[in-house]
Design a protein around this ligand. Structure first.
Ligand SMILES: [Zn+2]
Length: 505
């Protein structure tokens, strides 16, 4: 049997970019760590050490290579598949959860002790939570230094450092030089605009089916909160310290690196990490489309669909509660009807956005909070009593903390808690797990659109048969569902997501 070391060493020697993000190689003679595809000379075996995460290499005293920049790029896709504590912790830290309340906050959120969290992470990825948070902060700071004109003191503040001194120390530890030097090696980037917006490039693994992603978002865009125009996606966001607005443009590769250009207008700079994390989730930028395509590619039904639409993503969301509300509004009605109700909900109960950036756009409100919806007269916007009851119960469950709808959620517990709400059945809970919790392996088998696609493909003609058939698409059933939905003719009478709610709804 070939050892893990040997597998990594051979992968590195091949310089295949597909291994980037799966591990990094640290070289003991130079104390620098690289991507597997680094164009530098292949180091000798005895000088190599392999780490699963850049943070682990930094924790062991290695610095990021300036040539191949192993500290940038999408996160390890494996952790999005795993539903264990390590996977949940990594997703939470990646979404910025450690920035505000530190390790204690992350441990509290996962309902484990800090010690247990530390032990599990060290055993799983070779690095503890504190180092992961520090490393993430340093990376965000570097991104801001290199691609914006923000003064360094503002960068320190935005990235979450308590003081400029801590910032200087942190940057020296991670990159081996003071922050000012990173600015002098500044990459060609779009920078920041006159309006005080930040412009950042978010990298992903190609391919990415951006046209289909934008179409999906446009079809569902809620008036006042979202708009797709000129090939860009714009939306408002409620962030920990205030409002935010984002505009994202899929402008393909620059300098050979696939990326999305994101413009951010923020009420408070400290929200930049969270805002970037949410953008990554909305566009599913941490997915590994080559692996997903390879795995689904051999299937006689989904294989041809996957080849026809390479890089199809499962869109996530900007906020788990918002997505859950939208899922309930989408029960048993068309996408267009769900959008109408959603827009009414926003204009009736969403917080008006005054003096916010990107004024030229019709972005006027933030999506309503759980508190606002728990107290709202929802029948007044034309919802049935039953649906209003479901939304109120959902809002109350989120207000009381009984329901957490983010990527740190324990997926099975969360689905059980959702199913316990009046009017929430397997379709709604599954759809929320797919898009709010980021579960890549959900299949809403009683969805009318999926059933229609399955019949058309000749694989199943009832929900139970479809559920059984879908087992062969594990662990990528969410992507298989996206491919089946995308295979439906656009004007199909029971178009995509015309979901049939369960009998309990
Ligand atoms: Zn390198």
């Amino acid at each position: 049997m070939v050892s893990e070391f040997e597998v990594f060493y051979r992968a590195m020697a091949s310089r295949d970019q597909r291994f980037d993000g799966r591990f990094v190689v640290a070289v003991t003679s130079t104390r620098v760590y690289c991507r597997p595809s680094c164009p530098s000379r292949t180091p000798r075996r005895e000088n190599c050490r392999f780490f699963r995460l850049p943070a682990a290499a930094e924790g062991a005293g290695f610095r990021a290579c300036r040539r191949c920049r192993p500290d940038t790029g999408p996160s390890l896709p494996e952790w999005n598949v795993r539903s264990d504590l390590v996977g949940r912790a990594l997703r939470l830290i990646a979404s910025g959860a450690g920035d505000k309340d530190g390790v204690a906050g992350v441990a509290r959120r996962l309902v484990v002790s800090e010690r247990h969290l530390h032990r599990q992470l060290v055993a799983g990825v070779g690095v503890g939570p504190q180092r992961l948070i520090i490393s993430r902060r340093a990376r965000m700071a570097r991104m801001l230094i290199e691609s914006t004109a923000l003064p360094l003191a503002d960068v320190a503040f935005a990235a979450g450092y308590a003081s400029v001194r801590q910032f200087n120390d942190g940057m020296r530890t991670a990159f081996g030089c003071p922050p000012g030097e990173l600015r002098s090696t500044r990459l060609e980037g779009p920078g920041s605009t006159d309006e005080g917006e930040l412009v950042l490039r978010l990298r992903y693994r190609p391919p990415l089916a951006s046209r289909l992603l934008l179409e999906w978002l446009a079809e569902r865009a809620l008036g006042g909160v979202e708009v797709v125009a000129d090939g860009r996606y714009h939306r408002t966001m409620r962030l920990p310290h205030g409002w935010g607005q984002v505009a994202a443009e899929f402008d393909g590769a620059q300098d050979g690196q696939a990326g999305v250009t994101v413009r951010l207008a923020l009420a408070d700079l400290r929200d930049v990490t969270v805002a970037v994390g949410r953008c990554r989730e909305i566009f599913d930028l941490d997915a590994d489309p080559v692996t997903i395509g390879d795995d689904l590619g051999s299937d006689p039904v989904v294989g041809p669909l996957a080849r026809a639409r390479p890089g199809l993503r499962v869109p996530g969301c900007a906020d788990g509660f918002e997505l859950a509300v939208r899922a309930v509004l989408g029960q048993q009605v068309s996408v267009a009807a769900a959008r109408t109700f959603g827009t009414r909900l926003v204009s009736g109960f969403g917080e008006p956005l005054k003096n916010a950036g990107m004024r030229a756009l019709p972005l006027t409100r933030l999506f309503p909070t759980p508190d606002a919806l728990a107290a709202a007269d929802l029948v007044s916007i034309g919802l049935t009593k039953r649906r209003a009851t479901t939304l109120r119960a959902l809002a109350e469950a989120v207000c009381t903390g009984g329901l957490m709808l983010d990527r740190g959620a324990e997926r099975e517990d969360c689905v059980s808690a959702l199913l316990a709400l009046p009017g929430v059945g397997p379709w709604t809970a599954g759809y929320i797990a797919m898009r709010a919790l980021g579960d890549p392996d959900v299949f809403p088998h009683n969805d009318l659109g999926l059933l229609e696609a399955a019949r058309w493909q000749g694989v199943a003609d009832n929900p139970r048969a479809l559920r059984d058939h879908a087992m062969r698409w594990r662990p990528w059933r969410s992507y298989a569902a996206m491919h089946l939905w995308a295979s439906l003719p656009p004007r199909s009478p029971r178009s995509r997501h015309t979901a049939k709610a369960p009998a309990s709804a």
